[in-house]
Design a protein around this ligand. Sequence first.
Ligand SMILES: [Zn+2]
Length: 324
Amino acid sequence: MTSINDNDPRKIILKSLKEDMLSHAYLFLGPETPQKINLLLELSRLLLCENIDEDVVPCGRCIHCLKSKNLSHPDFFVIEPDGVFIKIEQIRNLQEQIIFPPLEAKRRICLILRSKDLNESAANALLKTLEEPPEDTHIFLSAPSTKALLPTIVSRCHVVNIPPEKLFGSEFERDSISRLIFSQDPTLEDKIKSEDVEQLREALIAFLVSNEKDLAFFEVEELAASSRESFRAFLLIFNTLVRDLYILINEGHEKQREKISKNILNDRYFQEIGKLALKLNCDTLRSFEKRLKECDMMLKRNVKIDMLADNLLIFWIKHQRDNE
Ligand SMILES: [Zn+2]
């Protein structure tokens, strides 16, 4: 495993390309935000573009750019989980298609999004390809952290840490969460202000970390249940916190804190979330994640939002007590 720390993933790829040192496999670390996915699509297109010598690549005009943009390029493969996991059939299918040299472009790109969701047999199958990569084939893996993958997979990749501003846009604080929330549910954008998103987030975090739950409970419940939009935003915020907690529980020992904080969505509340992570385990988070999904479904079925909010917050209190 070679870890690359120069900040700009685009520069890293272009430099390797110019020096004819492109690796067969790259692992791009950082939460799978929409910005990260866009960046990885762009990096893939960059390597397919035929005007690579020009200043602006991908050029957006050549046949490769056009086809890769439509995801109709025969040398560009994008794999995502089919349901919960990336399954072995998906990897086998890919392997069958990459035996021969690239069809139209100089090289072939296989972008595997959410690689942490490779199931065991799929991961082992992929490992074979990484061990003996076909010529002119480059595999881009995306994962939140190296811990999310088999060490044998990580060891065969160039690891690239994507800097926070590329994951969340240039202003990486207050606005980033609202932007993330709005990008996940664009219908919310006109209906709820980013200040309200921020207020909800503050109240929710205060509730999660508070030992005296009663007061914090009513405050967050009131905000979350004030409208259906607020409640939807509340669920999305809650999801970002659960995601941050996963990262901290999986990687959270002190020495790594500084590095990890860059991958945390709710960076401003790093201290609070860090303390919370010490009290929780992944099983609790998984059951909570499930509960969040159920809530989302019940919201679509018009179940009353104050009931859903209560139910969710009480579920949290109960689980936290069980952990203590
Ligand atoms: Zn092009």
